[in-house]
Design a protein around this ligand. Structure first.
Ligand code: 2M8
Ligand code: MG
Ligand code: MG
Length: 262
């Protein structure tokens, strides 16, 4: 069994990014040795730092499904068929950050975007509530650009332009994100499940937890899709069949639902 989880607003609380309330479920997962696969808009640097804090070393999916990283030697698997990346193996689904920025720079004025790459660290701290060190990690991007849309009426035109570049726009908890048209958390989750099924030589069941629009594709492709309540008490509107909803927000809701289904 595999668990895919979004981070912001799901495993981590929206406002303070704490995962304190998930302690019990986390212990249960660790004791059972269930792979906990962070599936997030965050960067490789951000995820590696969080994994250290949580005390796990598992595969993870970064920047909205742009790439899957697996620790070298994970569960004794031979991963030599995958490309090497530092102490990990990587599968890439996204486009290069250079390509993404090229589009962003061409359209930012026209479409009223303010991207992370143009913001000062202080501005990002102010917008996100991340601390200085986390901002440095969030800026180390490889595949996607988060941005604020100053004029919301530009969204449709922006989406059309992105399409002509083979790119698309999605929305996370605070930012919109520019990324490859052919990536999403769903595709990355499908590929990860396929990989585990090849390695284990058997069918693998899956759970996913998320709270935002960019999680829909991943929720659609697992056996047990779980929606976490948002910080304002609302839920994402979604048509995913059989979706289970938490009764609490963020890490408390995450704890509740993992204890229920693992
Ligand atoms: C961005 O991602 C979140 C995910 O929902 C968002 O769109 O609000 C990314 O820049 C990520 O790297 C960063 O850690 C996060 C901080 O709020 O914002
Ligand atoms: Mg989220
Ligand atoms: Mg996210």
């Amino acid at each position: 069994r595999l668990i895919f989880t979004d981070l912001d607003g799901t495993f981590l609380n929206h406002h303070n990014y704490s995962f304190e309330e998930s302690f019990e479920a986390l212990q249960k997962i660790k004791a059972a040795g269930v792979p906990l696969i962070f599936t997030t808009s965050k960067t490789k640097a951000e995820v590696e730092y969080l994994q250290e804090k949580v005390g796990i070393s598992e595969p993870f999916i970064v920047e909205n499904g742009a790439a899957l990283f697996i620790p070298e030697g994970y569960q004794g698997f031979d991963l030599s068929f995958l490309e090497k990346y530092d102490d990990k193996r990587i599968m890439v689904f996204g486009k290069s950050y250079t390509k993404i920025l090229e589009f962003y720079r061409r359209y930012k004025e026209r479409c009223s975007m303010a991207g992370l790459s143009d913001m000062s660290d202080e501005e990002i701290v102010h917008l996100t509530g991340l601390n200085q060190r986390d901002v440095i990690l969030a800026k180390q991007r490889d595949f996607t650009e988060p941005f604020i849309l100053k004029d919301k009426t530009k969204l449709e035109a922006l989406k059309k332009s992105a399409h002509t570049y083979g790119l698309k726009i999605t929305k996370g908890g605070r930012f919109y994100h520019i990324m490859s048209e052919f990536q999403d958390k769903g595709i990355a989750v499908i590929k990860t499940i396929e990989l585990f099924e090849d390695l284990y030589h058997e069918r693998v069941s899956s759970i996913a937890l998320g709270d935002s629009q960019n999680d829909t594709a991943m929720l659609e492709h697992v056996d047990i899709p779980i929606l976490i309540q948002k910080y304002d008490g609302s839920y994402l509107e979604t048509n995913v069949p059989h979706i289970q909803k938490s009764s609490y927000q963020g890490s408390k809701g995450w704890n509740e639902m993992v204890l229920k289904y693992v």
